[in-house]
Design a protein around this ligand. Structure first.
Ligand code: GLN
Length: 284
């Protein structure tokens, strides 16, 4: 089979199985298997495709048809201009999470050597983006689950962030048990889906780790932990991602610690993050 035929076969298979973004996904999988850029297909369309790679390509197309997220098949995904390694056991970075990074870079712009925490760091996309864009910041990324921690460590070395440190631990233990400096800024995209809603999620999302999605019965478990066990030590500001309809409750938690709370709205018009600034000085 030629390169052109192989790629079209992949596209058709995905299309027939209802994969919405079939053309791009077939191409991305092709480019990752053949380790090539976009122009390769144009230049070699009539050339015979390598047999072993063709088999691997069709196996991967099949795995996509069976519900594996395309990001896991490719093995990496872009976030805030960098490529992050992803796979089983780690949440795939989402574009709306870039809101937290935008806020953080803006907030930190005039700080000299700010300490920043990324709680429930997963792939590290939030904290490592900060570290990469702000060499003077010291970023600590905390992640509990070994599979995710493994991706976090790999992404840290891949980006070469000498100002970032991956910390293996459970945020429900609280700041006090970690041997860390007090932070100027706390960031987190914690699990926030109500446990009962997990079975209703899109099948691709169900392939992502439940531990990265499940926010407990109310969906707010991690915001309560952050508010009770981490915000007391936070000197400056905090920003957390949240699900649709959750911002008001999180604002009420944050207003105990911060004089100013606001929400960040994503490109779908959904209140996607809560930010607290102007730390109340009368609380411990
Ligand atoms: N911080 C990571 C992200 O935003 C992982 C979040 C999580 O596992 N809940 O993608």
């Amino acid at each position: 089979m030629t390169v052109g035929e192989l790629l079209s076969r992949g596209k058709t298979l995905l299309k027939n199985c209802g994969v919405e973004n079939y053309a791009n996904e077939a191409r991305w999988i092709f480019e990752s298997v053949f380790d090539c850029g976009r122009e390769y297909v144009f230049l070699h369309s009539d050339g015979e495709a390598n047999e072993a790679k063709s088999r691997e390509y069709l196996e991967k197309i099949n795995s996509r048809i069976n519900g594996t997220p395309v990001q896991y098949i490719i093995g990496s995904w872009d976030f805030f201009g960098e490529s992050f390694l992803v796979g089983n056991g780690v949440l795939i970075p989402r574009p709306e999470t870039e809101l937290l990074v935008d806020f953080a870079l803006d907030y930190l712009a005039d700080k000299s050597e700010p300490v920043v925490f990324d709680l429930c760091a997963g792939s590290g996309c939030i904290g490592l983006s900060i570290a990469a864009h702000m060499p003077n910041a010291r970023v600590f990324l905390i992640e509990k689950y070994p599979e995710a921690f493994n991706y976090l460590s790999k992404n840290l070395s891949r980006l070469g962030c000498s100002n970032a440190k991956a910390v293996h631990g459970d945020i429900s233990d609280g700041f006090a048990v970690f041997d860390l400096p007090k932070p100027e800024l706390i960031l987190s995209n914690p699990p926030y889906i109500e446990s009962a809603c997990l079975p209703k999620l899109q099948r691709e999302v169900q392939r992502e780790p439940a531990t990265a999605l499940d926010g407990g019965e109310s969906g707010y478990d991690f915001y309560e932990i952050i508010s009770q066990k981490w915000l007391p030590c936070c000197g400056g500001a905090a920003a957390v991602e949240c699900g649709e309809g959750q911002a008001d409750f999180i604002k009420s938690l944050f207003s105990h610690w911060f004089a100013e709370t606001k929400t960040l709205v994503d490109f779908n018009g959904i209140e996607r993050a809560v930010v607290g600034t102007e730390r109340n000085k009368n609380v411990i």
